[in-house]
Write a protein that binds this ligand. Structure first.
Ligand code: A3P
Length: 290
C-alpha cells in the first residue's frame, strides 16, 4: 500500500510530511552552517524531543533555572519543517536544530565537518510501536489503525522518515564525514547523567555538578511530562488529537512486547536480521539487557 499523498511526498528517495516542500528541502543543501551549530538528528520516535530538551537545559541557563518560559520547539526548531517561517540566521548562538534528514540530504557544510551532529538511535521495535501510537495522535500523519498494516508500511519504509534501517545505516556508515556523537535511547534511559555529560563534552559546555544534576532532574520522563515547555502540550488542535495520546507516551525500553505478537516480532526479525548485523551498534531490546 502506497502512502497517501495527502500526508507525504517523496524527495530523492525519502518521505517528508507535506508541512514542508521539495523546493525548501532542496535549498537546505546550501544552508549556511556555523561552526558552533548543533544538529539533533534522529529517525522519528527515537528520542528527539528528549534530546531537544536536554540540549535546551544544557545551553540555556534561563531554561535550566526556569526563568525563561520558551517551548522546546522554539528553542530547538526543525530544520526541514520551518513551520513558523523563521529566519534561522537570527537564532541565538549556538544554534540547535532538530532534523530527521538522511545523511545525504543535509546541508553541504555539515559534511565538511562544520558544526556538530548528535545522532540518537533506538531499538527499532520500540520505534515502530511508538510510531504506531503517534500516528493516531498526530493529525498530520496518516493513521493506520491495523497494527499489522502499519508494520508492513514501516518495514517497507513507506512512512515519514522512510526506512528506519536506511536512515540508521546511512548515518553510521558516513560517520567519518561528520563531527558526530552517537547516542542511544537505551543508554540515555539507563544512565541519563552519563549521557548528559557526554553531550556537554561534545558541545564544549562546562556545567557545575549542581547544574548537571538540574539538567538530569528536568530531563527525566516524569518531570518532562509535567513541564509544558518540554512536553509539546501546546500544539494546535489542527495538528494533534489530544484525546488520542501525547508526545511523552510511555518512555520505556521494551514496550514493543505489549503490542507485537510473537509472530509479528518474528516477521520483523526476519526482515531486519541480516541488515541489523551490519550496523555497528548492539541494540538493547528490553530492560533485562540493560
Ligand atoms: P514512547 O512512544 O515509546 O513513549 P521522538 O521525540 O523522537 O518523537 O520520540 C518519542 C519517544 O521518546 C516517545 O516514546 C516518548 O515517550 C519518548 N520520550 C520523550 N521524552 C522522554 C524522556 N524524558 N525519557 C524517556 N523517553 C522519552
Amino acid at each position: 500500500m502506497e502512502p497517501s499523498k495527502k500526508y507525504l511526498f517523496e524527495y530523492k528517495g525519502y518521505y517528508f510530511g507535506v508541512e514542508t516542500t521539495p523546493e525548501y528541502v532542496a535549498s537546505l543543501e546550501d544552508f549556511e552552517i556555523y561552526d558552533s551549530d548543533i544538529f539533533i538528528t534522529t529517525y522519528p520516535k527515537s528520542g528527539t524531543v528528549w534530546t531537544q530538551n536536554i540540549l535546551s537545559l544544557i545551553i540555556h541557563e534561563g531554561h535550566r533555572n526556569g526563568t525563561e518560559n520558551m517551548e522546546t520547539m522554539d528553542r530547538v526548531p526543525w530544520l526541514e519543517y520551518n513551520l513558523k517561517q523563521r529566519d534561522y540566521t537570527k537564532l541565538p548562538l549556538p544554534r540547535v536544530l532538530a532534523t530527521h534528514l538522511p545523511y545525504y540530504l543535509v546541508p553541504r557544510d555539515l559534511k565538511n565537518k562544520r558544526g556538530r551532529v548528535i545522532y540518537v538511535t533506538r531499538n527499532p521495535k520500540d520505534v515502530m510501536v511508538s510510531y504506531y501510537h503517534f500516528s493516531k495522535f498526530m493529525k498530520t500523519l496518516e493513521e493506520i489503525p491495523d497494527f499489522n498494516l502499519f508494520m508492513e508500511r514501516f518495514l517497507a519504509g513507506k512512512v515519514l522518515g522512510s526506512s528506519w534501517f536506511d536512515h540508521v545505516a546511512g548515518w553510521y556508515s558516513h560517520a567519518e564525514d561528520f563531527n558526530i556523537l552517537f547516542l542511544t535511547y537505551e543508554e540515555m534511559k539507563k544512565d541519563l547523567r552519563s549521557a548528559v555529560l557526554k553531550i556537554c563534552n561534545f558541545v564544549g559546555k562546562k556545567l557545575s555538578e549542581e547544574e548537571v544534576d538540574s539538567v538530569v532532574r528536568q530531563a527525566t520522563f516524569e518531570n518532562m511530562r509535567k513541564d509544558p515547555r518540554a512536553n509539546y502540550e501546546n500544539l494546535p488542535d489542527e495538528w494533534v488529537s489530544k484525546d488520542k495520546g501525547r508526545f511523552l507516551r510511555k518512555g520505556t525500553v521494551g514496550d514493543w512486547k505489549n503490542t507485537m505478537t510473537v509472530a509479528q516480532s518474528e516477521r520483523f526479525d526476519e526482515v531486519f536480521k541480516e541488515k541489523i548485523k551490519t550496523l555497528p551498534i548492539k541494540f538493547v531490546w528490553d530492560t533485562d539487557e540493560m
